[in-house]
Ligand binder design. Sequence first.
Ligand code: ADP
Ligand code: MG
Length: 249
Amino acid sequence: MTERDQVTTSPNGSPPPTALRARGLTKTYRMGAVEVQALRGVDVDFAEGELVVLLGPSGSGKSTLLNLLGGLDVPTSGEVWFHDRRLTAGDERALNRYRREHVGFVFQFYNLIPSLTARENVALVTEIARDPMTPTEALNMVGLGERLDHFPAQLSGGEQQRVAIARAIAKRPALLLCDEPTGALDSATGILVLEAILTVNRTLGTTTVLITHNAVIADIAHRVLHFADGRLVEVRVNASRREPAELVW
Ligand code: ADP
Ligand code: MG
C-alpha cells in the first residue's frame, strides 16, 4: 500500500489527485554577509483533501515551507506546483491571484479588524470571492453561529482565531495553510480551534497543511512530516486514522 492509498479515496477507489507538489525546494535568506539555509531540498506532495501536520524544532524550516506553498515567498531553487500549474517566481500578479483565489492562511495572530464585527470581518473577504459562503455559513462551520455580531474585543482568543479561520475559508479555498494557529492559546481553547480546522478539512475537503505542536492532532492527520535543519527527515502515515470523536484530548 502506498502513502497515497491512505488518503480518502474517490468512489472508484483510485487515490485523489495531487493538489500541491514541491520539488527540490531550497530557500536561502541573505542578510548582508550572513546566509541562512532555511530549506535544503524538500520534495513533498499533498493530495486533494489531505490533512498534513508539519512538526519539527523551531528553525527547522516549517514556516518557510508553508510560505513557499502559499506563494507568500519564492524559493531560491526548486518548484511549487498547484495541480498542473507551476508557481512562477517573479510573476507577482500570478502569485497574487493564486493566493487570493486558492489559499486560505491562518497565522498565530488573528489580525481581525477591531472596529468590525465577526460577520463584517468575514464579509470583507467574501466580497472579492467568486463563489463565497455567506459569513454566517462560514462562522457556523467554526462553531461561532452565536457570535456573529460580536466585536473582536468581546471574543476570547480562541473565538477570535475561529473568526480568522472563517475568514480564511469563506472564499472556499482549495488550500488551508495554518502556521501555529494555537500558538498563542491555552490548550483547552486551542482544541476548539483545531477542531474547527478538522471540520473544515472534512466538510469542505480543503487540503490542509498545519504547523502545530499539539500531539493529538497528529493522530487525526493523514500524514505527519517531521522537519529538521531544513530537511524533511521522516514521514509518518496514519494507517488507522482515528475519528475526532474517539479522541481524548
Ligand atoms: P520554523 O517555522 O520551523 O521555526 P522557519 O522556517 O521560520 O522555521 O526558519 C528556518 C530558518 O530560517 C531559521 O534559521 C530562521 O531564523 C530563518 N529565517 C526564517 N525567516 C527568515 C527571514 N525572513 N530572514 C532571515 N532568516 C529567516
Ligand atoms: Mg515557524
